[in-house]
Design a binder for this molecule. Structure first.
Ligand code: AMO
Length: 437
């Protein structure tokens, strides 16, 4: 919009007549005049209106889109050290009227609603400054990831969503009708990022993953995004973990630099990073949980959600000043068919999870890169190699030793901002019950 000034820039316009545009956030009748609070994407502006303008606005619903021309003045404040500005309205124009009552009040500092109400009314609730802030932080995380990966000289890949076969094994996939044939929605970009190892050696991308989860939990969605990463000519998994760590450090720095206002609004302090993210085997992590945490899960093949929380919010901060911890050496039974086995112990894999301030945010590791080994691993998992033709074709034609990881975008956002449910970190979440809005 020509000549429009954003709310954040009004302080520099003292004494000038300017145009602002946004949504009517609140209206206060002060008898001989009124205050209209107008919201744009950068903040809230107080607009002083006269009686006639007040009457005009009173006939409108909140959230009406308005354009206001007026003079910027210093706001009278009880505390003279606070310098704020307001606008004395000259003309008002309605750009888009509201035709129904707004279902949720969003003008208060806190949006005090249940999770389902929050998401059912996303059209409106997303406009609340705190909701807006969450997805500004998410965008900054993505930006930081891309910048890090580009600085390494890696290649961004755009992965397909429609696929012919399941990519992660298991039964948690959605079927779609594809011209009368059965297709699936991608469970992950795993196959495709591995294929690119025959060319680019270092790749990354933001993919869509779909999982037909059977239960609704506070950590699972049926549709989510993964930061994908894959690296060729790797002989030590530590190289892959280092990229996971360094990309997270870069993402946190991007959020700190670009989202100071959002973090303050959300009252969030980012998780501690420490000097180096600790690395611990699953076995040692389970023993620490037993010995220091007082919970014995040593007979389990994995950490429970409570164990992950303890490890990343108690153990790792206490011993290493870090809210992130790598857990390595997962048993073969717990990892997918493409996970590289430990040559000294076939029941163990060369894989890792990164637990990030509450729960698992990354899964990764070394991959099987040789054809015979992959056929054998599929059979041992009880899978039919004929169903994995594309995986096996890739392995026939020379894939270097390689590894990589997938990092859940919504999980990371949830844990970094300390949100109780992953749906709060998902702009339009889908779960077992929900397909709208
Ligand atoms: P995995 O299945 O562990 O690994 O997923 C990787 C990361 O994605 C996130 N995630 C989820 N987020 C929300 N809802 C879900 N249902 C969900 N499932 C997983 C988590 C998890 O750590 N191809 C491998 C990755 C790799 O090895 O490169 C994969 O998909 O943050």
């Amino acid at each position: 919009m020509k000549n429009r000034i954003l709310v954040k820039d009004l302080a520099g316009k003292l004494g000038e007549s300017v145009v602002i545009a946004g949504w009517l956030n609140t209206l206060r009748d002060m008898k001989n005049f009124g205050f209209a609070i107008v919201r744009d994407r950068t903040g809230l502006a107080q607009v002083v209106v006269d009686v006639a303008q007040l009457e005009q606005l009173k006939g409108l619903q909140l959230e009406t889109v308005v354009k206001v021309t007026g003079v910027i003045k210093e706001k009278k404040s009880k505390d003279p050290s606070i310098k704020e500005v307001e606008m004395q309205a000259e003309t008002l124009e309605i750009l888009s009227p509201v035709v129904d009552v707004v279902p949720v009040e969003i003008s208060k500092p806190e949006l005090d609603v249940q999770l389902d109400t929050l998401i059912d009314n996303r059209v409106i609730t997303l406009r609340h400054p705190k909701q807006r802030a969450i997805f500004r932080v998410q965008a900054a995380l993505v930006h930081g990831y891309r910048q890090y990966m580009e600085a390494q000289g890696f290649t961004e890949i755009f992965f397909p969503i429609l696929a012919g076969a399941a990519s992660e094994g298991g039964a948690e996939f959605f079927k779609v009708d594809y011209y009368g044939r059965e297709a699936t929605l991608s469970q992950s970009a795993q196959l495709y990022k591995q294929i690119t190892m025959g060319v680019y050696e270092g790749v990354y991308g933001l993919s869509y993953s779909f999982r037909a989860e059977k239960f609704a939990t506070s950590r699972h969605l049926t549709e989510f995004n993964q930061f994908e990463f894959e690296l060729g000519f790797v002989d030590d998994m530590d190289e892959v973990m280092q990229h996971a760590e360094d990309s997270i450090r870069a993402m946190m720095a991007t959020v700190e630099r670009g989202c100071a206002d959002e973090l303050a609004l959300l009252n969030v302090t980012l998780p501690p990073l420490g000097e180096k993210f600790p690395r611990i085997t699953l076995k040692a992590a389970l023993e620490a949980y037993r010995d220091e945490g007082g919970v014995d899960e040593t007979s389990e093949p994995d950490l429970s959600p409570a164990g992950e929380r303890w490890l990343s919010t108690v153990w790792a901060p206490k011993h290493f000043g870090s809210g992130f911890v790598f857990v390595t050496d997962y048993p073969t039974v717990k990892r997918p068919f493409y996970a590289k086995r430990d040559p000294n112990d076939q029941s163990n894999t060369i894989t890792f999870d990164l637990i990030g301030f509450g729960s698992e945010i990354i899964s990764g590791g070394m991959r099987i890169n040789r054809y015979d080994e992959q056929v054998q691993a599929l059979k041992e998992k009880g899978l039919n190699p004929a169903d994995f033709e594309d995986y096996l074709t890739m392995h026939k034609f020379g894939i270097p030793p390689e590894g990589g990881f997938g990092m859940g975008l919504q999980r990371l956002t949830q844990n970094v901002l300390g949100l109780a449910n992953i749906k709060e970190a998902t702009i339009f979440p889908r779960d077992v019950q929900r397909l709208r809005p």
